[in-house]
Design a binder for this molecule. Structure first.
Ligand code: 3HC
Ligand code: NAI
Length: 696
């Protein structure tokens, strides 16, 4: 096709008779980078003057329209031309422009499409304003044009949830004028639509905002604020959308841009951008370039408890057949029930049809004994956390599985190399550490053992993608990345109890920081006996000079295992999920302080936050130095996606990289002083520097 000299790469003009296609070709996702914006302006300017044209269509090369702004540009001042200028040019172009949308039209891509005079999409088109997930609001008219199509309430819902609309829903809401099934038909349909406008402009900005009851708008705003949890962008997005009904278009547009620019420079936005790229980097393992994943067509799971059943759901949801194995008929029935309960809930709430539920359940083959696993390509062991038991299961699996099958363990803490050593195929062994509830939590720690073969690791990464998990690769070490850091953090929180704080002081300080729950409420929820057993297992290896927090052991000796026993760090009224402070626990903690000769003093919330965060940062530095985690951003991903660390703070290392160097080092230096001999101080500076250099 002839190319027009007026267009600048990566935007080109393709002519077909009297029609012109403006094609954005900026792989991988056609982000609207500086060059794209400049190219679009040039192209529109050239075509606006061309009297021979009867139709202009805006399209993306490849299978994406425009994924949005180029997020990599957001860490610095934005360079001209900026997106609003391109959008203004499209609106001011005297000829109608039609957007032909294949794949993602997100953020700025959606805004560009809404500036056009009509929109035609393929059935795989995806539209939406996900800006809040990056800590910003739409900055190129999204909050003004969207409500003119959908009404204020829906626009609030869409722009604050950052929801991505599939083509059918986008059409139903009026974002798309037409949907075609085959990508090959898209250009033709867009062209017909452009010609049908017969030169008339159809600017959304000139439409009135549909009338809507104040109550509907208020209730959409209230719903959105419920999920805000300290995120500034949500509140600002609501304000910007509401402005559509209370300000002239141009004034509201300027206000939207001002909010966008202010938020773009915030720490929250920087944190979320950092996590966006961290997620994509985590799946990359440098020495795997040549390794091809092994095909996985059938999956086996041994142990249908809390984890095994939920892991089964992950694979059933992804369309894979699963053999679920238990040790006896009763446990098996309980395991199948766990799967059924989840699907039944989805079906009863209307989120899954009854037929779909049956289809997924039909892929589940329960069984006893390991023989049914002989043809499985991947088997995940999820039996009790007991080394001897797990070794036995690995040894038995080794005898049953076909050559090339992969053996994985869901162990939370144990030494994968020791498990692999129980088989004659250690290179086929890998850790797949899911988080509870496994069918909901996105994080998957992939544990690479000493002998794990490159193609086995590549398979684990491919499996993560199949079941839509976020993989982070860890090396073998007690607790891998997440549980190791969590346990260092919990230790410091428990030591603070001995020094003068109470469980509710610590929990409320950390919730105020943004964590989903404090460590003591978490402990009561998951059961204190698990930590107690782990401590007993590790007791012999502990440095006798190191300070060991005592209160948890004492609680467990009293049978206080947390919510399940009605008492732990807190006491629980019959059926209650929220605990109350318990004077008995306070007395027990005070007694421990006295026995150890520690003078108690009150802690401020800020002191608690610094101590707890410093514990995470210190442990992160240690495990990075040991090579357990490959990059600082991997550590942050684990804490954010597995442990309730607030995403808008970017993870402990990102958070620390944004604090003053002196303040961070002082907090780290205080840890060995408070903890005593045996405490290992990590050297974190190079990792924080690495994050600062990453430019977010
Ligand atoms: N800017 C820069 N790079 C981007 C990008 C963007 N907006 N979106 C994706 N990329 C990069 C990724 O980093 C990745 O690069 P890599 O290969 O070097 O790691 C590559 O493109 C492919 O991305 P994915 O791995 O995510 O590819 P998928 O096919 O899985 O997903 C997608 C494609 C759905 C488009 C997904 O990338 C996505 O959701 N992107 C972000 C969309 C978004 O948030 N847009 C709004 C931006 S803010 C904005 O537009 C402000 C405006 O209002 C002014
Ligand atoms: P669970 O106690 O709920 O389930 C374990 C199941 O394994 C039981 O149903 C038991 O009957 C079965 N089992 C025991 N021996 C077996 C054998 N020889 N063959 C077949 N089945 C056998 O335990 P849960 O919580 O599911 O934990 C399982 C594993 O997952 C443990 O290694 C644990 O550390 C790990 N894990 C647990 C998490 C959690 O939050 N519960 C989170 C991440 C990992």
């Amino acid at each position: 096709m002839p190319k027009d000299a007026a267009a600048t790469a990566p935007v080109r003009i393709e002519r077909e008779g009297k029609a012109a296609f403006v094609v954005i070709d900026n792989p991988p996702v056609n982000a609207s980078s500086l060059e794209v914006r400049a190219g679009l302006l040039d192209a529109i300017a050239a075509l606006a003057k061309d009297e021979t044209l009867d139709a202009i269509v805006l399209a993306g090369a490849g299978n994406t329209f425009i994924a949005g702004a180029d997020i990599r540009e957001f860490g610095k001042p934005l360079r001209d031309p900026q997106l609003p200028a391109v959008i203004a040019a499209i609106e001011q172009c005297p000829k109608p422009v039609v957007a032909a949308i294949r794949g993602a039209a997100l953020g700025g891509g959606c805004e560009l499409a809404l500036a056009c005079d009509a929109r035609v999409g393929t059935s795989d088109a995806l539209m939406g304003l996900p800006e809040v997930t990056l800590g910003i609001i739409p900055g190129a008219g999204g909050t003004q044009r969207l409500p003119r199509i959908t009404g204020i309430a829906t626009a609030i819902e869409l722009s604050t949830a950052g929801r991505r609309l599939p083509a059918a829903e986008a059409q139903r809401l009026g974002l798309l004028d037409e949907v075609v099934n085959a990508p090959a038909d898209l250009r033709g349909a867009a062209l017909r639509r452009a010609r049908s406008l017969a030169g008339r402009k159809r600017r959304i900005s000139e439409l009135p905002v549909p009338e809507q009851s104040a109550q509907a708008i208020e209730s959409a705003a209230e719903d959105a604020m419920k999920s805000a949890r300290g995120r500034a962008a949500i509140k600002e997005a609501i304000t910007a959308v509401r402005n559509a009904a209370r300000m002239p278009f141009a004034a509201a547009l300027a206000e939207e841009r001002a909010i966008f620019q202010r938020l773009r420079e915030s720490e929250e936005a920087a944190a979320l951008r950092y996590l966006f790229f961290a997620e994509r980097q985590a799946a990359r393992v440098t020495d795997l370039a040549e390794a091809a994943p092994r095909p996985i067509a059938q999956v086996g799971i041994v142990g249908a408890g809390t984890m095994g059943a939920a892991i089964a759901i992950c694979f059933l949801d992804a369309g894979l057949p699963v053999r679920l194995i238990e040790r006896d008929a009763q446990s098996l029935e309980r395991g199948i029930d766990r799967v059924r309960v989840v699907y039944r809930r989805l079906s009863q709430s209307g989120r899954m049809t009854a037929e779909e539920m049956e289809r997924r359940l039909a892929r589940l083959a329960p069984g006893l004994g390991l023989d049914p696993l002989s043809q499985a390509d991947l088997v995940i062991e999820a039996v009790f956390e007991d080394m001897d038991l797990k070794k036995g299961v690995f040894r038995d699996l080794d005898g049953v599985l076909k050559p090339g099958a992969i053996l994985a363990s869901n162990t939370s803490y144990l030494d994968l190399d020791a498990l692999a050593g129980a088989t004659r195929r250690p290179s086929d062994c890998v850790g797949l550490h899911f988080f509870s509830p496994a069918n909901v939590m996105r994080l998957l720690e992939i544990v690479r053992g000493r002998a794990t073969a490159a193609d086995v690791l590549a398979t684990a990464l491919a499996v993560a993608k199949t079941i839509r998990k976020l993989p982070v690769v860890a090396r073998v070490g007690e607790g891998f990345i997440g549980n190791r850091i969590y346990s260092a953090y919990r230790t410091q929180c428990e030591l603070m109890l001995e020094e003068g704080a109470y469980p509710a002081d610590v929990d409320s300080a950390l919730v105020a920081f943004g964590l989903a729950m404090g460590p003591f409420a978490v402990g009561d929820l998951s059961g204190l006996d698990i930590a107690w057993r782990t401590r007993q297992r590790l007791a012999a290896a502990r440095d006798p000079k190191a300070r060991h927090p005592e209160a948890l052991d004492r609680l467990c000796e009293l049978g206080r295992f947390g919510q399940k026993t009605g008492a732990g760090w807190y006491r629980y009224r019959e059926g209650a999920r929220r605990g109350e402070s318990d004077p008995d626990v306070h007395a027990l903690i005070e007694k421990v302080s006295k026995e150890k000769g520690i003078a108690r003093h009150p802690f401020t919330a800020e002191q608690i936050q610094w101590r707890a965060l410093a514990a995470m940062v210190n442990e992160a530095a240690l495990l990075l130095a040991e090579g357990i985690a490959a990059r600082p951003s991997d550590v942050d991903l684990v804490l954010v996606n597995g442990y309730g660390f607030p995403a808008h703070k970017g993870g402990p290392l990102f958070w620390a990289s944004r604090r003053g160097r002196k303040e961070v080092l002082a907090a780290l230096d205080a840890l060995p002083r408070a903890t005593g001999d045996g405490f290992k101080r990590g050297n974190v500076e190079r990792y924080l520097e690495e994050i600062s250099q990453s430019g977010h």
